[in-house]
Design a protein around this ligand. Structure first.
Ligand SMILES: [Zn+2]
Length: 449
């Protein structure tokens, strides 16, 4: 097989941090199967019994050491996303398959098994990544790990990398990085509720990063980004340059613009551009042809329209609320562990400020820090969907039933619930899970109320 196929898709890796999860299995729904713990390598442990095939979901073949319930939940999630990719990308455009499809998914309970397996089975360095889609002569597929991470963050990885996996069958490596990553982020930011995928979500971090870059003239000029190849893109990520910090959110913003701007008037041209790329037209030519950008002046004018859009775009209330609940849960866990017992959002804010709490998430070589000093992080912004302003509140846990549970709660009380009110399409909250092997430790999930 040619070297061209040895693509350790470094750019496809979503970096998650701070990457020092506790050494416990993911405990929300039961962790690894006890019978499979510490016997042989992950690869051996997840191999099907002799003469049997790997388990499959509707679209994927799966190796997993998560609990059966967790494996099914992620497989269902991937299947829902696959339908969405197919509906949005193939259903309306008639794209044709150009490359082999690699519908393999590797789900890891532990980060170390993810790193070891990628290295020994496929020769890939997965350090710093939460997941990736990879193609090598020794195999290809989507791999991710879940250890100690809120499900919401794993979902972002799975949706982002799932797009790369899906798109590979139609474009091989021919999608320009801005479009490949912009679309992956477009789907990564979406929210899955049951079988419904809510796309087009704009997180405050992405919106704010791009707006600041445009206002300060630090965005990447259109022609530069459109012509950027994978080598330069990945080089920026590896060197952690200022360009790396903006290239993912700007690409996301450009896709958002091309799909939604001016009441969706560019959307048919977007489909047209995908068709041209699928037919092998060079990326910049495809864009110029589809959007009738014949001269440099027309490209500049188009760029000016995007800049206006990027500056005016408002973050969505729903995705903001989910992100802020996660931030508040991290903060509450921190101050709770030190003995603070806030009962209201105001008290939580005071405790987090006293602790000078900040939370940093690394994504794609750039990091986003949320600070308790910022009032915005304790509110849900208004948007067009929300008729009534949504609020975040703390709710005390119900008294436990049974003597054993009561004793546990006396010794190590569960933090109060965090939840929204008046949020559309539905309210969300934080559910706490006690670590069975250390009752003083809690994990959390964002759940739909
Ligand atoms: Zn990517």
């Amino acid at each position: 097989m040619s070297r061209a196929l040895v693509i350790a898709l470094a750019a496809a890796a979503v970096l998650l941090g701070p990457a020092a999860p506790t050494a416990t299995a993911q405990y929300p729904r039961g962790g690894a199967r006890p019978s499979q713990q510490a016997v042989g390598t992950w690869w051996d442990r997840t191999a099907p019994p002799l003469g049997r095939k790997l388990p499959t979901s509707r679209y994927y073949s799966i190796r997993s050491d998560l609990s059966p319930a967790d494996t099914k939940a992620y497989a269902d999630h991937l299947d829902v996303m696959y339908d969405e990719f197919a509906r949005r990308l193939v259903g309306t455009t008639g794209l044709k398959r150009r490359s082999p499809e690699f519908p393999n998914v590797l789900m890891f309970a532990k980060q170390q098994d993810y790193l070891d397996t990628l290295r020994t089975q496929f020769g890939i360095n997965g350090i710093g990544s939460g997941g990736m889609f990879f193609v090598t002569p020794r195999g290809a597929g989507l791999a991710f790990w879940v250890e100690g991470l809120p499900r919401q963050r794993v979902h972002h990885v799975v949706q982002h990398e799932g797009f790369h996996q899906f798109a590979y069958a139609f474009f091989g490596n021919e999608l320009p990085p801005w479009l490949n990553e912009g679309l992956a982020e477009f789907f990564g930011e979406s929210v899955v509720e049951g079988k419904r995928v809510i796309v087009g979500q704009a997180s405050p971090q992405a919106v704010g990063t791009v707006r600041a870059a445009v206002e300060q003239g630090k965005h990447i000029p259109f022609p530069d980004l459109l012509l950027m190849d994978s080598a330069r893109w990945n080089g920026n990520v590896q060197s952690q340059s200022a360009t790396a910090r903006i290239q993912y959110p700007q690409s996301w913003s450009m896709v958002h613009f091309l799909v939604y701007a001016e009441d969706g008037r560019y959307e048919p041209m977007f489909s047209d551009m995908l068709r041209r790329l699928n037919n092998g037209v060079k990326p910049l030519d495809a864009m110029k042809q589809s959007y009738s950008l014949d001269t440099d002046a027309e490209v500049s004018e188009f760029e000016a329209r995007w800049k206006k859009y990027a500056v005016e775009l408002q973050p969505g209330a729903y995705v903001s609320a989910r992100g802020r609940l996660e931030f508040l849960a991290e903060g509450l866990r921190e101050v709770w562990g030190k003995g603070a017992r806030p009962e209201t959002l105001e008290q939580l804010k005071a405790a987090m400020r006293e602790a000078k709490f900040r939370f940093t998430a690394n994504a794609h070589g750039y990091s986003i820090t949320m600070d308790a000093a910022d009032d915005a992080n304790f509110q849900v912004p208004d948007d067009a969907v929300n008729a009534k302003p949504a609020v975040i509140e703390l709710v005390a846990q119900k008294p436990p039933k049974g003597a054993k549970q009561r004793k546990l709660e006396d010794e190590h009380p569960t933090p109060p619930m965090l939840r929204t009110r008046n949020l559309r399409p539905n309210d969300v909250g934080i559910q706490w899970y006690r670590n069975p092997s250390d009752p003083s430790e809690f994990a959390f999930e964002v759940v739909v109320n």
